[in-house]
Design a protein. Structure first.
Lengths: 260, 379
């Protein structure tokens, strides 16, 4: 079985600050990490590898520094890494990103593609599903667990607003993974030592036969008009009381504000 | 000259830092309180290759270097001094002498199982009457056919009881003093070898520190480590490496204490503002922060020299002397900055202060480090 996991390097948003004047992210000094959903996606792939045997390739599109998250993935247990990097990819929205990734994936062999549900910097949850559409393969989103019958069928437990669905689909298939299903493994020391010695395959726009009009800023129909941060609200009051008492507190607070 | 970590060293620091915060920090107060050896942590660390970092892959190690090893001990000790010393004693005092002095047969037998964490390692040099004067060994090893017969007592042995492999020093020829000391690899459950009383300690309370008793304990000659009479030299070389580990432990404890104090002084308000705004806080903390960074440079420099294969004995002594005294100063002041809260177990700084003290004592007291440094200066 061959699995490709799409990962993204993102700023660690738990440490991010917003410039109050411009409303833009202050990226200076903010550490970059592997997107948490993608890390759980990699864990799904590595668990399948442990159980059934598989060749796991990780791919990312980004600047040359994105090499760091690929090395991290190799140190966790991925077998191969691909970096899509080219000035022509810069400024891509989700559509242009998925176009580039799908073009690269067309040149690779796989039975299963795994992506994270969404990235913590953009929060769109679009790239995974778009890749599946470009490649014209079935997709199962919001997956917590993936198992394999050893032949060609995957069984996926997916989260919905009401509960869970258990779905089956044959390969080729794309799943997008959420963080609640697993705890990603740590890199091992041996994995780290080996990961820095491994070759990361670097591909540019010309290597993936992509339609250049669909890449980067040129291929991005989404335009950002304005970015702003929400006004800061006070922390509010918290009460830890029994439900009966809570009802009384809520009613009195609503009355205080003349809402009821 | 380059002060940056290599790619593998910085990836490793990212991993061990996350591991320490998520797996070790949450139980640090509990294992201290209950004086409990954290076997589950050893198992987790073993699974990631942390019990054999600077050992070549052919002996089951991770194939890393001593800078990575010192980063591991630093980051673990930043959240838990006990866990730091478990790894340090295992790696520096048991794995390293077998790797550096062992026969191929000994390396193949012991290293894979020590690196995989199946076996934990320990080191027995100290005796009731042989502390700083390690040459005054009273434990004896008498040749008898294909064996040596050990008799004597070792004290203050880290990892004792939980370790499977012990590096033990004993007199094979008392008449020639230090040249009559030899080293043996002793396995747990060898008849005649028992674990004595467990010490109740001020700090690193999760670490097991016990007495080892040898009563007509028969050790096969193939378990002699190095040459007959080469024991004192092995002990000194091993302790040189061990000092990098303990210096890293002290560095980690100091870093942990300063991190806690930065957080606390920002939150704690007196006279209408955070105490971090007061110049007294800022100036004292700036001095401590500088000393911690100086400790780090000394530790990394000693580890770098060990990796480079050049003499590092004096560097390790300076790193341990400076880092351990820095740790004691930082943790004591951290408690002071926390005021009354710092004296309680609600905050981790009192534990860090208790843990820091031992770093000035074991694997050579601060006085011994000064002797080592002065010996090089005035030779």
């Amino acid at each position: 079985m061959k699995i490709v996991v799409c990962i993204k390097q993102v700023p660690d948003t738990t440490e991010i600050k917003i410039n109050p004047l411009t409303g833009t992210l202050i990226r200076d000094g903010v550490p970059s990490i592997m997107n948490p959903d993608d890390k759980c996606g990699l864990e799904v792939a590595l668990t399948l590898k442990d159980k059934y045997g598989a060749h796991v390739t990780v791919i990312t599109m980004g600047p040359p520094q994105a090499d760091d998250v690929l090395r991290e993935a190799l140190a966790m247990g991925a077998d191969e890494a691909v970096l899509l990097t080219d000035r022509k990819f810069a400024g891509a929205d989700t559509l242009a990103t998925s176009n580039a990734l799908a073009s690269a994936l067309r040149k690779m062999e796989w039975n299963l593609i795994v992506t994270g549900r969404q990235a913590i910097d953009g929060d769109t949850a679009q790239v995974g599903p778009q890749i599946a559409e470009h490649l014209d393969i079935p997709q199962i989103s919001y997956a917590e667990e993936v198992s394999y019958d050893g032949d060609k069928t995957f069984k996926v437990k997916r989260q919905t607003e009401e509960g869970y669905q258990i779905l089956e689909a044959d390969s080729p298939l794309l799943v997008t993974v959420i963080t609640s299903g697993n705890k990603p493994r740590y890199m091992s020391v041996k994995g780290i030592v080996e990961a820095v010695e491994k070759e990361v395959h670097t591909l540019g726009a010309a290597d993936i036969n992509a339609d250049e009009s669909k890449l980067g800023l040129k291929g991005s129909p989404t335009k950002v008009h304005k970015a702003f941060s929400k006004g800061v609200k006070s922390a509010g009051e918290q009460f830890e009381v029994e439900p009966e008492e809570a009802v009384g507190i809520i009613i009195s607070k609503l009355k205080e504000k003349f809402i009821i | 000259m380059n002060f940056e970590l290599s790619k593998r060293q910085s990836l490793f620091r990212q991993m061990i830092r996350e591991f320490a915060d998520k797996e070790i920090k949450p139980i640090a107060a509990e294992i201290d309180e209950n004086e409990r050896f954290p076997l589950e942590s050893v198992e987790k660390m073993a699974g990631l290759g942390i019990m054999g970092i600077p050992v070549p892959a052919k002996y089951g190690g991770a194939g890393g270097d001593n800078i990575m090893y010192s980063i591991a001990v630093e980051e673990l000790s930043r959240v838990c001094g006990t866990t730091g010393v478990i790894v340090s004693a295992h790696t520096s005092l048991c794995v390293a002498p077998i790797l550096e002095q062992g026969t191929e047969e000994q390396k193949i037998k012991y290293l894979p199982r020590l690196c995989s964490g199946e076996w934990v390692g320990a080191f027995g040099l100290t005796e009731p009457n042989a502390g700083t004067d390690a040459s005054a060994q009273q434990t004896t090893a008498v040749e008898d056919g294909d064996d040596y017969i050990l008799n004597g007592t070792k004290i203050f042995i880290t990892n004792a009881g939980y370790a499977h492999v012990y590096i033990i020093f004993a007199m094979t020829d008392k008449s020639i003093g230090v040249k009559g000391i030899s080293t043996f690899i002793v396995e747990k459950d060898t008849p005649g070898f028992t674990i004595g009383k467990k010490e109740l300690k001020l700090g690193i309370r999760g670490s097991a520190t016990c007495e080892l008793i040898f009563e007509n304990c028969r050790i096969p000659k193939k378990n002699l480590l190095g040459k007959v009479g080469g024991g004192f030299s092995i002990a000194m070389k091993t302790l040189d490496g061990g000092r990098i580990g303990i210096a890293a432990q002290a560095l980690g404890i100091a870093q942990g204490a300063i991190d806690e104090t930065i957080k606390y002084t920002k939150e704690r308000k007196q006279f209408g503002k955070s105490i971090s705004y007061f110049q007294n806080t800022q100036f004292q903390m700036a001095d401590l922060y500088t000393k911690i960074e100086a400790s780090r440079l000394l530790v990394r420099s000693a580890a770098f020299k060990k990796d480079s294969g050049v003499s590092y004995s004096c560097d390790a002594a300076m790193a341990k002397l400076f880092a351990s005294e820095c740790a004691m100063e930082v943790t004591t002041k951290a408690v002071q900055f926390h005021g009354g809260y710092g004296y309680t177990r609600e905050y981790p700084v009192e534990r860090m202060m208790r843990d820091a003290k031992i770093t000035e004592i074991y694997e050579g007291t601060s006085e011994v480090q000064r002797m080592v440094i002065a010996a090089k200066m005035f030779k």
